[in-house]
Design a protein around this ligand. Structure first.
Ligand SMILES: [Zn+2]
Length: 253
């Protein structure tokens, strides 16, 4: 079956390649978040084919090539299937809440090569366009790894979030001043662990405040580091990581 071509939502789109993999957004009329992904496949063509194959049951709204070209696969009004099992700030159906952007990159399995400048700039322009048209806040521009920690690691710590942050398109590493404190790691218990878990949960992550630094906590801390402390992604909440979590406590509306 050939999916009917639709009109692109963004003037930045180079071509439309319609994917059959989408449905109605549930419980909301319009998206209020953007989720960034990497394709994690050896070639752009292979990834694009898969996102448009009915039996693959996956899709995204936008697909950004390494040279900066942009394809649209699903209309923004529709629910694309990029997030899977996910959670952010109380929302369990991030496919309904978001616009998904796939960025061509072979990912961790492909050696995590850098994202070309032209591609990053195209992602930034696209985010700016979507955010302006839909009044999406910078703190709602997320990584797949933020909303599906433990299951997904994309777009990965090689993605230069600072380029987007410099343009006000996502939250930046707050680079907190060094201060004294404990390093918290697997096995730690008590009030400081609970405070860390509560701060991560307030920010948006699914993180239960148990007071026990368990495997799930370690996974969420690693997800946080993948965004905001990319030089070291190890799931250990050292002083620098803890200070960053504290200073990024986004006010939940
Ligand atoms: Zn993804």
């Amino acid at each position: 079956m050939i999916e009917a071509v639709f009109a692109a939502d963004s003037p930045l789109v180079d071509f439309v390649r319609a994917s059959p993999n989408h449905g109605e957004r549930r419980g909301r009329a319009a998206p209020d978040a953007i989720v960034l992904h990497y394709t994690g496949m050896p070639t752009a063509e292979g990834a694009l084919d898969r996102l448009c194959a009915a039996d693959a049951q996956v899709s995204c709204h936008y697909f950004v090539f390494e040279d900066g070209r942009i394809a649209q696969l699903v209309p923004e009004a529709r629910r694309a299937w990029h997030a899977g099992l996910s959670f952010w700030a109380g929302e369990n159906d991030m496919n309904s809440a978001s616009i998904g952007i796939e960025i061509v990159n072979p990912g961790h399995d492909g050696g995590a090569p850098p994202f070309p400048r032209a591609q990053v700039e195209a992602v930034a322009r696209l985010c700016a366009d979507i955010m302006e048209r839909r009044a999406i806040a910078p703190e709602r521009v997320l990584a797949h790894s933020d909303i599906s920690p433990g299951r997904k690691v994309d777009p990965g710590e090689a993605f230069p979030w600072e380029v987007l942050a410099a343009a006000g398109l996502c939250l930046a590493d707050p680079a907190p001043a060094a201060r004294d404190g404990m390093t918290l790691a697997r096995g730690a218990t008590g009030a400081p662990v609970r405070a860390l878990q509560e701060a991560l949960a307030r920010f948006g992550y699914r993180c239960e405040a148990t007071g026990v630094y368990d495997a799930a906590t370690e996974t969420v801390v690693a997800a946080f580091q993948r965004r905001f402390r990319r030089a070291r992604v190890d799931g250990v909440a050292d002083v620098r990581t803890r200070a960053a979590v504290e200073s990024l406590r986004a006010p939940v509306a």
